[in-house]
Each structure stands twice: as C-alpha cells, then as structure tokens.
Design a protein around this ligand. Structure first.
Ligand SMILES: Nc1nc2c(ncn2[C@@H]2O[C@H](COP(=O)(O)OP(=O)(O)OP(=O)(O)O)[C@@H](O)[C@H]2O)c(=O)[nH]1
Ligand SMILES: [Mg+2]
Length: 299
C-alpha cells in the first residue's frame, strides 16, 4: 500500500467565492436630464410666462395626504421666485391631523407691488384625514364652484345654497392643473384607501379633461444619497422604484411625476432645490396652458 503524504497538492481547499460587489444605490447615469446650471434661465422663463389670453390665470390645485408637503410646496415656489425664504401657506410640523382647513387661493406677488404672477395655487385638506373632503367637493373645486374660505365638511358636500358656492364660475375660478402631492419617504402605507381616493379624484378630473400631475416630496428623507446631494435625484434607484410603483398604483404616467425637495428647515436657498422646483413649476404651467388652449378650441 502506498502512502502519499499530504503535501498540499491534492487537498485543494475550496477557494472562497468572490464576494459580490455591494449594489450601489445610484445608477451610473441619470434617467432624466436636468440642467442644474441654468437656475437663472429657468427663473427667467417663469417670470416671462404669460397665458395666451390677457387676464387669464392658471389655477393649480394641490391635494394629497396630510403632511405631504402641499403648503410647503407653495411656500417653496414663493421663496424661489422671491429669492428669499417666504412663508405664505402655513406649514404644520406636528401632524396630528390635517393642518390646512380652508380652501384658500394663494397668489404670488411679483417684485412690483400689486402685480401678481399669472398663476395661483389652492391647497386642499389632506386626503386621508377623517376631517377631509368628499370626492364630490373636489369635483366642485375643479369646476370653480368653491369660493375662498370654504371649510370642507367630511359629512356633507358643499350645497348649492351655501354662501361659499360659486354659482357662475369664470375660467379663472376653474382649475387648470390638478396636482397630487405625495411624500416619497412614506409611499408604502399609501396603498388601499388613499390610492382609491386618488384614483377617484383622477377620474373626475379626466371627465373634465384637466391635466393631472404628481409631485413627490421629501426625496431627501426617502434616499440618503439624495439627502446628501440633490443632484443624485435621477440617479437614485430607490426613488425611481418608488415612482414606478406609485405610477402603477395610481395610473399617473411617469412623465407626469416630478420629485422635488421643499424648503423646510433651511434658511438659505440652494440652486439645486431651486432648479427642481422651477422645472416642476414650468411643467405645471405648460400643462395648464395646453388645457386652456384645448378648452378654447372646443368653444
Ligand atoms: N425633509 C423634508 N420635509 C418636508 C418636505 N416638504 C415638507 N416637509 C415637512 O413636512 C411637514 C408637513 O408639511 P406641510 O407642507 O404642512 O404638509 P401639508 O401637505 O400642507 O399638510 P396638511 O395641510 O396637513 O394636509 C412639515 O414639517 C414640513 O417642514 C421635504 O421636501 N423634505
Ligand atoms: Mg397644508
């Protein structure tokens, strides 16, 4: 019997498998182009924006879950346009319920006193609030029947006899763009009831031909890489996935979903946040303008 001493030749220990590279949270290339260096150009475009018909304004109605950042978005737009932090719509820090109670139109003043931008915002009570609105009420708001100051009642819709019911709304009272504002960091619990409500509201808007858009807020909280550097917004895999899922759930196409970061704790403006807000605003305005043209062509 032969005996081969173990010289290491035959007893090859299994080599450790090469470790898989940790998956990076960022895509190599952004999937949507943003011109980060042209804040001034984007600002100029908004400043020069004029609807085709004189005295026409674009009314943008924001709705979405409690604490999504609707009021913060209005404040952020105002801050970017003014070039300094501004608080027009009240923002609530501790969400025990919906903070925005009344139907209010927010106009944004231009530098010259008594001149305003040709677009206004309405910010409607939280979607998932027990004190929220009825879908019928939102339909009335879309058609311009809800007057400023009306407090939505979850138990009954605005009646034609109410003093806040606008019997003969002008085109300026009607909504031109419907925006669903949702927080990117807590999109998962959005499922079921809220999604159904978003879908119902979309259906109402679709009947009226009103363009619908979604704004995804709190991207800084949803993805740490974006929190560190906002320029990563279209490279974040997590955010892209969230957007795709949201699009699938609600039926809002990807090219109508805009992720942004609102101004919420900072005291100085940042070019990157400005660029995203301005780019989103420009899309809202052009959707509104298209809708007005479409309506004018039908009459
Ligand atoms: N980190 C972060 N916080 C945000 C952002 N946008 C809003 N917030 C914060 O979220 C909280 C709620 O914001 P609001 O603007 O009051 O939300 P809302 O949708 O108007 O809420 P309701 O009026 O209650 O329906 C506030 O504490 C904001 O500072 C964002 O983009 N990032
Ligand atoms: Mg609010």
């Amino acid at each position: 019997m032969f005996y081969f001493p173990d010289m290491g030749l035959f007893s090859s220990k299994p080599k450790p498998e090469p470790k898989p590279k940790p998956e990076t949270p960022l895509l190599d290339e952004p999937w949507r182009e943003i011109n980060w260096s042209d804040r001034q150009g984007a600002l100029q475009a908004v400043n020069n924006f004029r609807p085709q018909t004189e005295d026409q304004q674009i009314r943008i109605l924001l709705h979405g879950p409690v604490g999504a950042g609707k009021s913060s978005f209005i404040n952020s737009v105002q801050s970017v346009l003014l070039g300094r932090m501004y608080k027009l719509a009240l923002v609530d820090n501790v969400s025990h319920g919906c903070f925005t109670k009344k139907y209010i139109t927010y106009k944004i003043q231009k530098e010259r006193p008594k001149t305003f931008y040709p677009f206004v915002f309405n910010d409607i009570m939280g979607l998932d609030s027990t004190e929220g609105f009825q879908v019928d009420d939102i339909k009335l708001a879309l058609m311009g029947h809800v007057k400023d100051g009306y407090k939505f009642n979850p138990k009954s819709k605005l009646s034609k006899e109410d003093r806040f019911y606008n019997k003969s709304p002008s085109v300026n009272d009607q909504v031109q763009v419907l925006v669903c504002v949702v927080p990117a960091d807590t999109l998962e619990p959005l499922k079921d009831k809220t999604v159904q409500k978003i879908r119902d509201i979309r259906l109402e808007a679709s009947h009226l031909g009103i363009p619908q858009v979604a704004i995804l807020t709190k991207v800084d909280k949803a993805c740490p890489e974006v929190g560190k550097d906002l320029k990563n917004i279209y490279r974040s895999k997590r955010l892209k996935e969230k957007m795709e899922e949201f699009s699938k759930d609600t039926g809002i196409p990807m090219n109508c979903i805009f992720p942004i970061k609102n101004y919420h704790e900072e005291i100085e403006l940042s070019d990157d946040a400005d660029v995203l807000i301005l780019s989103t605003l420009r899309h809202l305005l052009s959707f509104g303008e298209d809708f007005l043209k479409w309506k004018a062509a039908r009459h």
